[in-house]
Design a protein around this ligand. Structure first.
Ligand code: SUG
Length: 443
């Protein structure tokens, strides 16, 4: 049975903006109050999805969430008509207000942790939505992400959906961005590696992923303890702005591409992983030394936030942000990596500058799920990208999205109407049914 890695990218929403909400995220706070281009952001995201599709991979589309999320503002005691509510909340609680407009659910690497059937004791694919409890704007994603995941991975014969972990500090969970899966071939039982930034309640830094959360997920997913490892992210890197592990390391099958400052005791932990795999099995460690690529360069180019993919012919390709090509040193380093003896033989560059300005590169925009052809029949087909869905989504973006949005524009009640009109039409294009609350209540 052929196993495939299916990638699901988050579609950018119409209120995509730079409010500077990302904690520990240098790009997000450096670009606070800049003017965003939601149309370009969405088109750039779609282009990347199309590239993956054209490379022969199965590519899915994760719909945007209902933004603005006026229900949350009502839950916090703001009242009145939508117009009154928007006017009041934007003045009284500007940060909360802006949080309700964030398009952050597009970074689907944070929406869930997924364990493929080959790794779990019951042979099913396990999915746990992330509670994203470290930041208010991201915590608003959890419920809808859980619902969308059930809607997409809909056949209970193949998929088990867990509830998100309780949203408290010591169980902070940010999903697949802190999860690696190391194996020779996709169908094999892999070593699942959970990377955490903090052990519990204590916040020695702004680390978002906790060990307690990672351990809970490994239990829920019925993983084999002999094939599961919990490793600590290097706090120095977190302090510098590596707010998720996928900003400093990426893996695919038996290849690890990472910076030397990614983990605490990285040589020892990678050696341990190799022992768990079996010393005789090939394990390609592509470690960038600080003298080759500095942590600062890693952050400004997002070179490790690339997608490392296996093409149908078995070769591996890195999908990188164009910023990596524009930085001479990083570009030179990448060419050297490709020339070395490892499975990576191609570099492809994508322009995601809108998402990058909020700290989200190629890998942030996707979660991946290894599955066989049978399980693929249990996925809602209307969410899988095709030529025609790509064309329809592109026209939808062209029609509904603004090309300039300043955070102050969020106060415009028309933006809310425009967003809901767009999302309403999207549910028809993607055949999703009435998934948004404004479709259920008469406004
Ligand atoms: O959580 N940015 C996101 C970026 C997430 C990137 N994901 C991964 N590395 N997997 C974050 O910091 C900024 C949103 C704003 O300012 O509205 C933001 O949430």
């Amino acid at each position: 049975m052929r196993m495939t890695e299916v990638n699901f990218d988050g579609l950018v929403g119409p209120s995509y903006n730079y409010s500077g909400l990302g904690s520990g995220n240098v790009a997000s706070y450096s670009n606070k109050n800049s003017i965003s281009n939601p149309k370009l952001a969405a088109l750039q995201g779609l282009k990347k999805m199309k590239l993956m599709h054209d490379l022969g991979l199965v590519q899915g589309v994760f719909p945007p969430q209902e933004r603005p999320d006026l229900n949350t503002l009502r839950d916090l005691g703001f009242s009145g008509t939508d117009e009154v509510l928007i006017a009041k909340a934007s003045v009284e609680s500007p940060r909360v207000f802006r949080s309700c407009y964030s398009s952050s659910a597009m970074w689907t690497a944070n929406s869930a942790t997924i364990s493929p059937a080959s790794d779990t004791a019951d042979g099913k694919i396990h999915v746990t939505p992330a509670n994203l409890s470290s930041q208010f704007h991201r915590s608003l994603e959890t419920n809808a992400s859980g619902e969308f995941l059930k809607l997409i991975f809909r056949d209970p014969h193949y998929f088990v959906h867990h509830k998100a972990l309780p949203a408290v500090a010591f169980l902070g969970d940010e999903g697949a961005a802190n999860h690696l899966r190391i194996c020779q071939q996709y169908h094999e039982k892999a070593i699942e590696v959970f990377v955490y930034g903090r052990r519990g309640r204590e916040t020695k830094s702004i680390a978002r992923q906790t060990l307690a959360a990672s351990k809970s997920i490994s239990r829920l997913h019925l993983l084999d303890a002999n094939k599961t490892l919990f490793i600590e992210q290097n706090p120095e890197a977190i302090e510098e702005g590596v707010f998720h592990n996928d900003v400093i390391s990426v893996n695919n099958r038996n290849v690890m591409f990472y910076h030397e400052k990614a983990f605490i005791n990285s040589d020892a932990v990678l050696d341990q992983i190799h022992q768990m795999m079996g010393q005789d099995t090939p394990f390609h460690l592509i470690k960038a030394l600080e003298s080759e690529v500095t942590l600062g360069e890693a952050l400004s180019t997002y070179v490790f936030n690339s997608q490392l993919i296996s093409l149908p012919d078995g070769s591996m390709t890195l999908i990188l942000p164009v910023e990596c090509r524009e930085n001479d040193n990083v570009y030179h380093y990448l060419q050297e990596v490709v020339s070395r003896d490892n499975p990576i033989n191609q570099l492809l560059f994508v322009d995601l500058n809108q998402s990058m300005a909020n700290g989200g590169g190629p890998a942030c925009l996707r979660f991946r799920m290894v599955m066989d052809e049978n399980a693929l029949t249990g996925v809602n087909p209307s969410t899988l990208l095709s030529e025609s869905l790509y064309k329809r989504l592109t026209s939808w973006v062209e029609k509904h999205f603004r090309d300039k949005l300043a955070p102050v524009d969020l106060q415009d009640p028309l933006l809310a109407r425009e967003s809901w009109t767009a999302l309403d039409e999207l549910t028809q294009i993607m055949d999703l049914g009435s998934v948004y609350s404004f479709q259920k209540s008469v406004k």
